[in-house]
Ligand binder design. Structure first.
Ligand SMILES: [Zn+2]
Ligand SMILES: [Zn+2]
Length: 174
């Protein structure tokens, strides 16, 4: 019985497999495999980029992952995060670092942000009063001996929705 199994007799395999010589014996071409992998990588990066262009409310990496998942159910969280890092390194999107985690911005021009200290929502703080001052960098360089000093402006506050929630809870407890 064991010999039968080893020899494949129990499977009654045909002894002669017809060969179609006009068909390739091996359909896997390593170069082709690499090219299609690259195509998939490019497509995934494009998908992540488009998500940031579409979600114009300073989404978190998780927001972007959920959006991209609704288009490509096979994409992994790691792939989305990796592409977000890549795209922000390339300067295609902006990585907005705020307490509580990173947010991403389609707008790559230099601008300041305002973060709600209750819910963490991030919005733009625009206008001439909200620009980064190069004088301040030079001042800090002279004061500390550091070189290549730069800074980002981050405002904090309470967003209108959180103000309302707070007001409602104060009214309840009053
Ligand atoms: Zn809020
Ligand atoms: Zn912004």
């Amino acid at each position: 019985m064991l010999n039968d199994i080893l020899e494949g007799n129990h499977l009654r395999l045909p002894r002669v497999v017809p060969l179609h010589l006009d068909a390739p014996l091996c359909t896997f071409d390593p170069l082709e495999g690499m090219a299609s992998m690259q195509r998939r990588n490019t497509r995934q990066r494009q998908l992540v980029f488009e998500a940031v262009q579409h979600l114009r409310n300073h989404p978190t990496a998780d927001d972007i992952y959920l959006y991209v998942r609704s288009i490509d159910s096979k994409i992994s969280r790691g792939t989305v995060y990796r592409n977000l890092n890549l795209l922000s390194d390339q300067g295609a999107i902006l990585d907005v670092r705020v307490p509580g985690g990173d947010h991403f911005d389609f707008n790559t021009t230099e601008h300041a942000h305002l973060v709600c200290r209750e819910c963490g929502a991030v919005v733009d703080a625009l206008g001439p009063a909200c620009t980064v001052s190069e004088d301040a960098d030079a001042h800090v360089e002279a004061q500390t001996g550091y070189s290549e000093v730069g800074h980002a402006l981050l405002f904090t506050g309470l967003c209108p929705a959180c103000q309302q929630k707070l007001q409602e809870s104060e009214e309840k407890s009053a």
